[in-house]
Ligand binder design. Structure first.
Ligand code: PMP
Length: 452
């Protein structure tokens, strides 16, 4: 028994700590296949750019696919698929735990992906980045981690307050409802003004000495509204609250500069930034991440284990229990490089141009109401049509090869508050074109005639 526990301690010690800081027994070797010529994707060459996304080259119901559901999931370009495939074909092994070459190599590759993503969001020396399965897990990790105790008492206590905006995806609301229940804290909602905008003054009225957390989206997925999150986070941070930013709808568009934001935690997903599904990030200030009770206990997140207790590893391993999605991390980092190669400012301008074209065209169709039409430019246009159910509209658009999302977009409290019910949402990405927007407009006009 003692031998078994000693052996366990040994294995966990091998697995613990920052792999990047651990001396490697072997010089990292690359078994990567010969490098392909460097690709230079460009928004100025839309056909060449689209050719890098194999899924786009198909017809749906006899029409070329116009994929306008990018806020739900973006498509994956060949360089990302190639990076994942190279890892799986040449370097796959479990990380942090092995002394053999493949394990060392996989560990180096995983940590290189972490570094690439840190650079992508401008993380500073005070920041750390944890891999999760996506935005939902990242936000659960924060909400649970602040309301549960593990090796320290929970931060949230009875009488404390958590403020979230009504623009949140359910993933940034339900975990806070649960955290409030678990801790006895009170959940308070930041509502928009009559013009549908979140105002610093309204937040000021909600912040009290008991406000421990302020959680906000950088862009509302259901409407495309972009709140002034920099000012709102600053105000909450000045009031002493921990700040949480849901960047799921931002990271692949204009992006953000974590070092310039008063932000303790930021969450985003790989599959909304041209990367794989099942991988995401929770990044933030090291001292804030350190306050989180782990969500997953087990291998790789411990430094030392005896039969009845455990000492947890340092960040980021502390919050990454179990075997991570290494191929996913590789793909997510490759996706970040792909976005950077295009230029984020140009990407944001391209998508905002498509949104403006869509909003202007939709507003000219009788009975169509665009939600948050005058919001700062984002990549999302959400609208309703008098007397037409979004699912019927979405089905008719699909018959024309146009993929949009319809329904509540996991933001029921927001749509109830706005009094608009379910909507139809078109959302744009790097590979979308003005021609596709025009097809959407023609498709909506046609569907309206048929359905009304
Ligand atoms: N937050 C926002 C703003 C989102 O748009 C989404 C996905 N629609 C999520 C959170 C949840 O992301 P995931 O499903 O990748 O965990």
């Amino acid at each position: 028994m003692t031998d078994a526990i000693d052996g366990l301690k040994m294995r966990e010690r091998n697995g613990a700590g920052d792999a990047a800081a651990r001396p490697s027994a072997y010089a990292p070797q690359s078994a990567q296949p010969p490098q392909q010529p460097e690709l230079h994707p460009s928004l100025e060459q839309p056909d060449a750019l689209r050719a890098l996304f194999p899924v786009l080259a198909q017809t749906i119901n006899g029409a070329p696919l116009a994929y306008l559901d990018n806020a739900a999931t973006t498509q994956v370009p060949l360089p990302v698929l190639d990076a994942i495939r190279a890892f799986e074909e040449h370097d796959r092994a479990n990380i942090h735990r092995g002394v053999h070459t493949l394990s060392q190599r996989a560990t180096d590759i995983f940590e290189a992906a972490r570094s690439a993503l840190k650079r992508f969001i401008h993380a500073g020396a005070q920041h750390e980045l944890v891999f999760t399965s996506g935005t939902t897990e990242s936000l659960n990790l924060v909400a649970h981690g602040l309301s549960d105790s593990a090796d320290a008492p929970a931060l949230l206590r009875p009488g404390d307050e958590i403020v979230v905006s009504i623009f949140e995806h359910h993933a940034n609301l339900v975990p806070w409802q649960q955290a409030a229940r678990r801790s006895g804290a009170r959940l308070r909602l930041l509502l928009p003004d009559a013009q549908g905008r979140l105002r610093p003054n309204d937040l000021a009225g909600l912040l009290t000495p008991r406000t421990r957390v302020f959680a906000l989206t950088a862009c509302a997925n259901a409407t495309g509204y972009r709140p002034p999150y920099e000012a709102l986070l600053s105000m909450a941070a000045d009031a002493g609250a921990l700040t949480v930013l849901d960047a799921a709808q931002t990271v692949a568009h204009g992006g953000f500069d974590l070092s310039a934001l008063p932000c303790d935690f930021v969450a985003f997903s790989g599959h909304k930034m041209y990367g794989p599904m099942g991988i995401g990030v929770l990044a933030g200030r090291r001292d804030a991440l350190q306050r989180l009770a782990p969500l997953r206990f087990g291998g790789d997140m411990v430094q030392w284990v005896t039969a009845d207790t455990a000492v947890f590893a340092e960040l980021p391993a502390r919050l990454e229990g179990g075997t991570p999605n290494v191929g996913g991390a590789v793909g997510m980092a490759a996706a970040a490089r792909f976005i950077e190669a295009l230029g984020r400012d140009r990407l944001e301008a391209h998508e905002a141009g498509l949104r403006t074209r869509a909003v202007e065209g939709l507003s000219r169709i009788a009975g169509v109401r665009v939600i948050a039409a005058d919001s700062a430019p984002t990549a999302i246009a959400s609208f309703t049509v008098d007397g037409v159910h979004p699912h019927d509209l979405g089905t008719l658009l699909d018959e024309q090869g146009i993929a949009v999302r319809t329904g509540h977009h996991c933001a029921q409290p927001l749509l109830d508050h706005l009094g608009c019910g379910p909507t139809t949402r078109a959302s744009f990405a790097m590979y979308n074109t003005a021609d596709e927007v025009d097809r959407l407009l023609a498709g909506v006009a046609r569907a309206v005639k048929i359905l009304r």
